[in-house]
Design a protein around this ligand. Structure first.
Ligand SMILES: [Zn+2]
Length: 129
């Protein structure tokens, strides 16, 4: 790789990335490449911003939808939050050990949480919501 880039510095007309539509044009090629990098950076920043917005929207929704806090089937602490995200989407998440589960009713969500005991699931590392 290093050898090729040195070679292309000495013989830029041999570098295929210096051709635009078959015409040797290293300045335009460099400008397009720089624009592409700038666009990629902008896309990355936009995605990060979007992800932050989604994360915030989800945590706002959870704050609004907290139904009950009860004993966690795994760690036993009174840290299991159940959220009613929508009429048919209940979500349990333990604020301590991280176990989680979902279901169309509170009971089903609680059962799916209980069924996950021993799977070492943690909603903070990727939840159902
Ligand atoms: Zn727990």
């Amino acid at each position: 790789m290093g050898e090729w880039s040195e070679y292309f510095e000495d013989f830029p007309e041999e570098n295929p990335s210096n051709y635009i539509d078959g015409t040797f044009n290293p300045r335009l090629a460099a400008r397009i490449s720089a624009q592409e990098h700038k666009q990629a950076d902008a896309n990355k920043a936009a995605n990060a911003e979007l992800n932050a917005m989604i994360t915030k929207a989800k945590s706002d929704t959870k704050a609004r939808s907290l139904l009950v806090t009860e004993g966690c089937p795994q760690c036993g602490l009174n840290e299991l939050n159940t959220y009613k995200i929508s009429d048919k989407f209940y979500l349990c998440e333990c604020q301590d050990c991280g176990i989680y589960g979902k279901g169309t009713t509170h009971q089903i969500a609680f059962k799916s949480t209980s069924d996950a005991i021993g799977e070492f699931k943690d909603w903070r590392e990727g939840s159902e919501y």
